[in-house]
Ligand binder design. Structure first.
Ligand SMILES: CC(=O)SCCNC(=O)CCNC(=O)[C@H](O)C(C)(C)COP(=O)(O)OP(=O)(O)OC[C@H]1O[C@@H](n2cnc3c(N)ncnc32)[C@H](O)[C@@H]1OP(=O)(O)O
Ligand SMILES: O=CC(=O)O
Ligand SMILES: [Mg+2]
Length: 565
């Protein structure tokens, strides 16, 4: 057995790890049944088999970005025309998963939220290790414990403060799990001396412990089911397909048991949708419009181009031509290949203390969902259980009793989508108020994330890693190109000096809003420093959460220095 702590702590309990695996995260007897020798060996096997391909894929992302910076826009690849033009279909949609009209999403931890989501009345719950979860050791491992108990049907929770017991209803949603993106390491687990690949830890532990129970229960002989985030190219989908096949072989289950929906949430990936489905054709259950990361990716991809500046974040919705085109192309692609075309997340959440504002927010959600249903989407996401009845009514009303629209033709009048449509710059005003709001939201989100919360309500909207990224990169983009901003009728340039003044004022405003005690005890000042640094960096950082990750890594035993990746 390999020791996980120093010899000084030899008597302390530690995880039973296989050769080459070192668990540096805190030991907890509740985590030990998840971090078993067998499960860790499975994760290590995946890492050893696929790490070269992942490294190569990340290098190819950087190479592609250099081409975009030099002026070549993303485009459909002539080399894979045969895939786009060929007549092939993905494996048939399993009947038990045909109806996905409303899917609720939420982090895999806290436990209470997992139970609420499973009881929410949605068709699917996507349990998130990604945009909605701050990847602290505690969150990740508690998330695995929660999902194991959820699949087993035994999950319960007692909210002592409210004297409330939580348990599963007789009818629960089906479970999909979203591991992290390929770019994120898991520094609490070292494999052959290197940080583990985060998504292989999330996938591997969950699959290893739950495939049998899932297939025997809700999977009706199939599964488990996944959502795959932030891919930029079909070669990354090919890696996932390889991981799935390896997992199926190891578990001794049929090829094609595992099923996944890929989020199309990067600009390069929209030009690869057929290719992504093709790579995963035996394991696919569709694509999803991850609209928030998609906006983030638009800025990242065109970071070097002053003619592609975004208007204020609030104006970049699905009504913009490039966003509408992306949704329409995704629907056509999925339906041609026989799988679900899932819609995305409206950011509005219920507003508790203002009935009129709540009704207005609900109306925005209804409109967004009606647009999705009419465009041909087969289902969509809900951020909060309170939105499910309205979303269900819209989708069920449109579908008229059918489970999906997979067999339908594109709606009359919906035009074919060109490469130019997909990159058309969005229109609208750029304002100093927009710069301010980005700063206020970005800092508060980051402070929450550093403190362990990956999704939070801010100003009556859901904020998670993807929405916060838009705030960050938009400010960076405006500063980088000295964008002209409207300041109440006067035009000012976005400069580091302007941002410095805005940050000072917005930090004061945040302090006034949350109160001095919470401000002092929270990680707001640290978040402010990181946000300012990120917005003024000469080169755009790829991911906010990658930069900030080092600040949430805590080695066991406590007090050891965090890992610098
Ligand atoms: C860009 C993307 O990637 S989108 C997908 C990723 N993002 C997400 O999944 C965000 C999901 N949503 C959330 O995390 C939450 O709704 C938040 C953080 C925005 C708001 O949560 P809260 O502040 O707890 O909201 P609120 O106080 O209104 O919650 C009321 C009840 O609903 C529950 N609830 C709220 N959202 C959810 C959810 N998504 N799933 C399950 N239960 C939920 C709460 O647990 C609470 O339950 P209780 O009455 O038993 O205590
Ligand atoms: O993951 C979803 C998104 O919108 O980003
Ligand atoms: Mg996303």
């Amino acid at each position: 057995m390999a020791a996980t702590a120093s010899t000084a702590a030899a008597a302390a309990p530690c995880y039973d790890t296989p050769e080459g695996v070192d668990v540096r995260g805190r030991y907890d007897p509740a985590f030990a049944p998840v971090l078993t020798r067998g499960a860790l060996a499975f994760v290590a096997g995946l890492q050893r088999e696929f790490r070269g391909a992942v490294r190569h894929a990340m290098e190819r992302r950087r190479e592609a970005q250099r081409r975009y910076d030099a002026g070549e826009p993303p485009r459909f690849d002539p080399a894979t025309r045969v895939v786009r033009e060929g007549e092939w279909r993905c494996a048939p949609v399993p009947p038990a998963f045909a109806d996905r009209t409303v899917e609720i999403t939420g982090p895999a931890e806290p436990r209470k939220m997992v139970i609420n989501a499973l009881n929410s009345g949605a068709k699917v719950f996507m349990a998130d290790f990604e945009d909605a979860l701050s990847p602290t050791w505690e969150n990740l491992m508690n998330g695995q414990v929660n999902l194991r108990d959820a699949v087993a049907g035994t999950i319960t929770f007692r909210d002592a403060a409210r004297g409330r017991e939580y348990r599963l209803n007789d009818q629960t949603t089906k479970l999909f799990v979203r591991p992290r993106g390929w770019h994120l390491p898991e520094a609490h687990i070292l494999i052959d001396g290197e940080p583990a690949i985060g998504c292989l830890v999330d996938f591997g532990l969950y699959f290893f412990h739950n495939h049998a129970a899932f297939r025997a229960g809700q999977g009706a002989g199939l599964g488990p089911f996944f959502y795959l985030p932030k891919m930029e190219h079909s070669r990354e989908a090919r890696i996932w397909n390889g991981v799935f096949e390896r997992a199926e072989q190891t578990a001794g289950i049929e090829r094609g048991s595992i099923r996944a929906t890929v989020l199309v949430e990067t600009l390069p990936a929209v030009f690869q949708m057929d290719e992504i489905l093709y790579e995963l054709r035996d394991h696919s259950v569709g694509l999803n419009c991850g609209r928030w990361d998609y906006i983030f990716s638009y800025v990242k991809t065109f970071r070097a181009h002053p003619d592609r500046l975004l208007p204020d974040r609030a104006l970049v919705g699905m009504g913009q031509h490039f966003m509408r085109s992306y949704s329409h192309l995704l629907i056509r692609t999925c339906h041609r290949r026989g799988v679900h075309a899932m819609g995305g997340m409206a950011a509005q959440i219920p507003i508790k203390d203002d009935a009129a504002a709540n009704e207005a927010a609900l109306e925005l959600v209804r409109k967004d969902k009606l647009r999705e249903a009419r465009a041909g989407h087969d289902g969509t996401w809900a951020a909060h259980p309170g939105l499910i009845p309205a979303i269900r009514e819209v989708f069920e009303g449109h579908l008229g009793g059918r489970p999906n629209q997979i067999g339908d033709d594109a709606p009359a009048g919906q035009e074919a989508v060109t490469a130019e449509d997909l990159i058309q710059p969005p229109r609208g005003a750029r304002t100093v108020d927009g710069l301010r709001l980005n700063a206020r939201v970005g800092v508060q989100y980051l402070a929450a994330w550093l403190a362990g919360s990956g999704s939070v309500p801010l100003y009556n909207l859901m904020e998670d890693a993807a929405t916060a990224e838009i705030s960050r990169v938009q400010n960076w983009q405006w500063l980088r190109h000295g964008a002209a901003l409207d300041a109440g009728g006067v035009e000012v340039r976005a400069t580091p000096e302007l941002l410095a003044r805005v940050m000072e004022e917005e930090m004061a405003r945040i302090q006034a809003e949350v109160g001095p005690k919470r401000f002092r005890q929270g990680r707001y000042a640290e978040a402010g420093r990181i946000f300012s640094r990120q917005c003024t960096a000469p080169e755009l950082d790829d991911f906010l959460t990658l930069d900030a990750y080092n600040l949430i890594v805590v080695y066991h035993p406590g007090g050891a220095s965090p890992c610098k990746l």
